[in-house]
Design a protein around this ligand. Structure first.
Ligand code: CO8
Length: 256
């Protein structure tokens, strides 16, 4: 059975749906492998402009699969090279929107944090509960979370394993938007449609610079921004976008 389903809710949009409902979408190696394969393929597909990642209406993902880890040793964990699979998601050049309903716990919260935009349902639940099963976050839960919400809120989450709901996640900077539970997926697809209609070269440069700049000095990050900004003036879409504005018509972006 496919553990990650592929849907096409609109032009230029791919929706990836985690599909292990019996295990609350827990992330086993098969799910991670399928995610890595899809993110790599769609990341290179010029017809794909934006990717929506969801677990469905009830739960996003309840973490790494505990059954698949319970008896593992340190070397087993090392030899799984799981970070390579996460890296395939992190390095996807296309914008990724996580549509989060229900549990985004442990590796599920870390998966959501690999996205560029998080749309959360009001009763979504974000949590890093690893400490309760004797481990700690291993796919960005101590690092991406801290960069998103700051040390003190991150520490509280990872040291206590307490969940936060969608509204709290928004307030603390762990979500981009919170909407009614029933509207999460539709809203994420609507945002994806907006992004898919924009010039892909500019979108790709924005994503790359924003992420690379987060961990660079301000001076270096501003230089990266400046260079990418200048580079976009070599694109036809820049000419088209500005000409269309001046001629008061809709731009036709081609990704060149
Ligand atoms: N792993 C494996 N199975 C799971 C998981 C999980 N994380 N979560 C749920 N399931 C399974 C249950 O075992 C159960 O299976 P079964 O029906 O066969 O008994 C089924 O899903 C339904 O679960 P519940 O009955 O518990 O469902 P509830 O709706 O009552 O509760 C919860 C949902 C609250 C999400 C609950 O299932 C839970 O607490 N799950 C575990 C959450 C957790 O601790 N997650 C963190 C795991 S550790 C982690 O994520 C480390 C990430 C490191 C990434 C780097 C990897 C190298």
């Amino acid at each position: 059975m496919d553990e990650v389903l592929i849907e096409r809710p609109g032009p230029g949009i791919v929706l990836l749906r985690l599909n292990r409902p019996d295990a609350r979408n827990a992330l086993n190696q098969e799910v991670r492998q399928q995610l890595a394969t899809h993110f790599t393929a769609f990341g290179q597909d010029p017809d794909v402009r934006c990717i929506v990642l969801t677990g469905g209406d009830k739960f996003f993902a309840a973490g790494a699969d505990i059954r698949a880890m319970a008896d593992a040793g340190a070397i087993d964990m090392m030899l799984r090279h799981t970070h390579r699979l996460w890296q395939a998601i992190a390095s996807c050049p296309k914008p990724v929107i996580a549509a989060v309903n229900g549990y985004a716990w442990g590796g599920g919260c870390e998966l959501a944090m690999h996205a560029d935009i998080i749309v959360a349902g009001e009763s979504a639940s974000f949590c890093q509960p690893e400490v309760k099963v004797g481990i700690m976050p291993g796919a960005g839960g101590t690092q991406r979370l801290t960069r998103a919400v700051g040390k003190f809120k991150a520490m509280k989450m990872v040291l206590t394993g307490q969940p936060v709901n969608g509204r709290d996640a928004l307030e603390m900077g762990l979500a981009s938007e919170v909407v009614a539970d029933a509207d999460v997926q539709a809203h994420a697809v609507e945002l994806a449609a907006q992004i898919a209609a924009l010039p892909p070269l500019a979108i790709a440069q924005i994503k790359e610079v924003l992420i690379a700049g987060q961990d660079a000095s301000l001076e270096t990050a501003l230089m990266l921004e400046r260079k990418a900004f200048q580079l976009l003036f070599a694109s036809r879409d820049q000419k088209e976008g500005m000409q269309a504005f001046l001629e008061k018509r809709k731009a036709n972006f081609e990704g060149r």
